[in-house]
Design a binder for this molecule. Structure first.
Ligand SMILES: *Cc1c(COP(=O)(O)O)cnc(C)c1O
Length: 361
């Protein structure tokens, strides 16, 4: 008695992917990125499923972190953009949220706070992505100010983020590593370091440091456009599925859907599936995008509606109301659908709306 559209989330696959990330850099600690509702998979459930094997978690904002705390997650939580206003420093210290520090106002907010408990700091260097972080020549003074503050815990982590690690032939990643290593702050106790995102964990062993920060790979999809030996061991965590709710025969020359942008070249059988852009299935999906009907790839035909899509099932033997449709999942990589739509799997997963129930297995 409910709409069959749902995202089945395989928590064993999630743990497998975490263990893979961990095994690729046995000396590093692995901090799972669960920002943006764990890339659409459900931040609370994903965090709970990793709580016994992960040392900490990463999110984009204090709101995301508080939601996890309130749900009973006790791990430290790294705020990847640090604070947005100075009042967040005290809240972060109280809750054991770790702060990325990327600019001067964030440093000042920490120095000027009066805290009951020290805060753990990750200091960002802009090694070439030019989005966040201190310029290399500013990092020493930021480090000195923070390490000299009684508000800051002893172990500061110095970190940076890669712009092009998903392109395994792109030398920019090596250039970023070099800038990072050259500008590490000098200190009595060498600071801890963190560089690697999913692509670097899988494909750039030179980027291994004390902490690694996998996101996309945990959800079982490859950050690379081509096959790669480590990425090929990932297990997709989400299966986005729905069901056929109508089947009809149309004659050659008849059209389907809004704007009638697809016309049957032959007499055809059209299955309507109850999933649409209101469920996060991309409206950009062109005619021919594969949909698995009873496990067989069939072409999407006609425009994606808010709540429905139409699929050409002429080549299948028998299709009936209630038959299973898979939009993406272990048998149909989200990356493949994303590429047809001019985007990346990250976006398709992350923007899946609350309307789609997440079902955990
Ligand atoms: C999101 C994020 C990551 C994870 O990136 P993936 O490509 O999903 O592995 C790592 N580090 C930082 C700072 C991030 O914001």
């Amino acid at each position: 008695m409910s709409r069959p559209t749902k995202a089945i989330i395989d928590l064993q696959a999630l743990r497998h992917n975490f263990m893979l990330a961990q095994s690729l850099a046995a000396q590093s600690k692995t901090i799972p990125m669960v920002k943006a509702n764990a890339y659409g998979h459900g931040a609370i459930e994903v965090s709970a499923a990793l709580a016994d094997i992960a040392p900490a978690l990463g999110v984009a904002s204090i709101e995301e972190a508080i939601e996890l705390r309130e749900s009973g997650i006790e791990l430290p939580i790294l705020l990847l953009e640090g604070t947005f206003s100075s009042d967040e420093v005290d809240i972060a210290a109280q809750h054991n949220f770790w702060l990325m520090v990327e600019n001067r106002p964030q440093v000042e907010a920490i120095l000027n706070a009066s805290l009951a408990r020290k805060v753990n700091v990750w200091l960002g260097i802009d090694s070439g992505m030019h989005r966040l972080g201190f310029q290399p020549d500013e990092i020493q003074s930021a480090y000195d100010d923070l390490s000299g503050s009684h508000n800051v815990s002893d172990e500061i982590v110095v970190c940076s983020h890669f712009a092009c690690a998903d392109d395994l032939d792109n030398k920019a990643t090596l250039a970023q590593i070099k800038i990072f290593d050259l500008h590490l702050p000098k200190a009595d106790n060498a600071p801890l370091k963190s560089l690697a995102n999913s692509a670097a964990i899988l494909g750039w062993p030179q980027a291994q440091r004390d902490w690694q920060r996998p996101g996309y790979m945990l959800y079982g999809n490859s950050p690379f456009a081509q096959s790669q030996e480590n990425a090929d061991q990932l297990k997709p965590v989400m299966c986005f599925e729905s069901a056929v709710i109508s089947v009809r025969s149309i004659s050659a020359g008849e059209s389907v859907g809004y704007t009638a942008n697809w016309t049957a070249a032959r007499d055809s059988t059209i299955a309507t599936v109850t999933v649409g852009y209101g469920d996060g299935y991309p409206r950009q999906a062109p005619n021919g995008t594969p949909v698995l009907i009873n496990g067989t790839g069939c072409p999407l035909v006609g425009r994606v509606s808010m709540d429905m899509i139409t699929v050409d099932v002429t080549d299948l033997d028998a299709v009936a109301i209630g038959d299973r449709a898979v939009l993406w999942g272990p048998e149909l990589p989200v990356n493949e659908i994303a590429e047809l739509c001019g985007t990346i799997g990250y976006e398709l997963l992350t923007r899946m709306p609350a309307r789609v129930p997440r079902v955990y297995r």
